[in-house]
Structure formats: C-alpha cells, structure tokens
Ligand binder design. Structure first.
Ligand code: FE2
Length: 141
C-alpha cells in the first residue's frame, strides 16, 4: 500500500516537510510501478531520480543541523543514519541483475518505506523541534 501523508509526519520546518512529501511521492511511484510488474522502469527511471533527490535532501538537513547548539551527539546519530541509508541503496543496486528485477524493486520499496517513515517520525521530527526551539525564525515559515 502506498504511503499516505499524515500530520504525524510533519517536522513543522516547511522546506523539510515539502522535501519529505516529494520523497514519499517518488517512493509511491516506485511501488506503483513495481506492483504493476514494471520493475525495470521503476529501477531505471524512478530510482535515479530518488537517489539524486535524497542526496540533495540530506544535504539540506545537514546544513540545518549546523545551526543547532549543543546537539552534537544526536547530529552524529542523524548523519550516521543518512550514511547507512545511502550505503544500503548502493548495496541493493549492486545486487541487481536482469533475473531479479522484481526482487530488487520489492526489497527497495520495503526498505525505503520502513526507513523513511521511521526516520521522519523520530530523527527528523527531533531535528524540527530543536530548530524551532533555538531559532524563532522557523516558526514564521
Ligand atoms: Fe534526516
């Protein structure tokens, strides 16, 4: 089942929430193609878009982290989660071959959905709360 955006996923940092919605939309496109049996299209067309967008999005979040004071430990954890995600995406893509397109797409969709929802609901929401607490300018956006 594709992801439905709910308020529980909001970090209340506008730019981040819009980027997360874009990521959800790309993951939903991947899943829709996979479920329709169009795995090669999912992996050749949507996955590279997702990959590029994720790199941009992580950089945006990491630039915001720099604005926080006294959050070094959680920032390190956050950076480690981003790195683990990129590594896992590479591993899945390396395992891809013409005989396992459906398995690769399924594993990818499963991983992306679990990782993103868990990461947003915990680590990114925590980042949002801290940014709002330390920088009143974000509250107006
Ligand atoms: Fe994040």
């Amino acid at each position: 089942m594709t992801i439905q955006w709910t308020k529980g996923l909001n970090t209340n940092i506008r730019s981040i929430d819009l980027q997360h919605q874009e990521l959800v939309s790309l993951i939903n496109q991947l899943e829709t193609l996979h479920l329709a049996g169009r795995n090669t299209q999912a992996l050749d067309e949507v996955l590279p878009q997702l990959h590029t967008y994720v790199l941009f999005h992580f950089r945006e979040e990491e630039d915001l982290m720099v604005m926080l004071v006294g959050n070094e430990e959680l920032d390190q954890l956050h950076l480690a989660q981003h790195r683990e995600f990129i590594d896992h995406m590479h591993t899945l893509q390396q395992r891809r071959n013409p005989h396992n397109e459906a398995d690769t797409a399924q594993a990818l969709v499963h991983y992306l959905k679990n990782w993103l929802l868990e990461h947003i609901a915990t680590t990114d929401r925590d980042l949002g709360q801290k940014l709002l607490a330390q920088h009143t300018a974000f509250a107006a956006r």
